[in-house]
Write a protein that binds this ligand. Sequence first.
Ligand code: PGA
Length: 252
Amino acid sequence: MKEPIIIGNWKMNMIIPDALKLITGIKNKLSGKHDAEVVISPSFTVLNSAHIALADSNIKLAAQNVSFADKGAYTGEVSAKMLVDVGCEYVIIGHSERRQYFHESNKDCNKKIAVCLEEGLTPIYCVGETLAERDAHKTLDVMELQLREGLTGFKVHDIENLVIAYEPVWAIGTGRSAESKDAESVHGFIREICASMFGGVVADKLRIIYGGSVTDENIQSIMKEKNINGVLVGGASLVLEKFTKIVKYNEE
Ligand code: PGA
C-alpha cells in the first residue's frame, strides 16, 4: 500500500490571489515531514498559477473535471492533455455535484477515466449513495453499479494507481460525516468488488479514500480504519489551519 493520500477539493472557490495566499500558507505549514501525499484541487483558472507556486514543494495538483473527448469542437471543455500541460497529476471524476448538477453518469465517468489514463493522469473516481438510497438500504448496490460501470473495460495495469473516493452524498457539506465504522465497511465492500473485477493483488493496493464532512476533529478516527487510505476534503480544505491539521493527523 502506498502512503495515505489527502486531497483538498476547493470546488468553485478561490480566485488567483486568494489561492496563492492559501498555497503559501500550506507550503509553510507542511514544509516538515508528514506521512501523507498531499494534493490540492483548485478551479481550472487557478491551476497554472498553482502549479508555478507549488514548483518547490511536493504538493500535487488535481483538476476537478476533464472532458471525455481528447480534442476538437467541444466548446467550453478542457482536455486531459491540457491538464497535463498545466501540471496536473490527478483528476477528480464523478464527484456527486457533477453527477447531480451536470447529469454525469457512470458511463460518462468511464470515458473520462479512459482519457485520463491515456494521458498518464491518475483518476480519483468518486462513488457514493444519496440519502434516499441509504434509507432504502441500497448503498452496496449503488456502489457496485458505480464501480462496475465506471471501471468497465480497464486492465489491471490501468487501475493500479487509481484512487477511489467513497463520498456518501448525504455527508458532503452537511457537517454530518459517516461513522468511521460504517465508512470502513463500505470501503471493505468497494475493495471486494474491485478484487472481483481486477483480482485481489491490485485491489489490496488500491487507495480507497473517504470524503464527506472531514474535519481536523474527526480525521483521526477516520484514518484509524484499515480500509480507509486517505480523505477527500471539501470545506475544511479552504481553511489553512484545518487542512494542515488534517494532513498532520497522526502527529498529535
Ligand atoms: P465536504 O466536501 O468536506 O465539504 O463535505 C467533500 C467533497 O465534496 O469532496
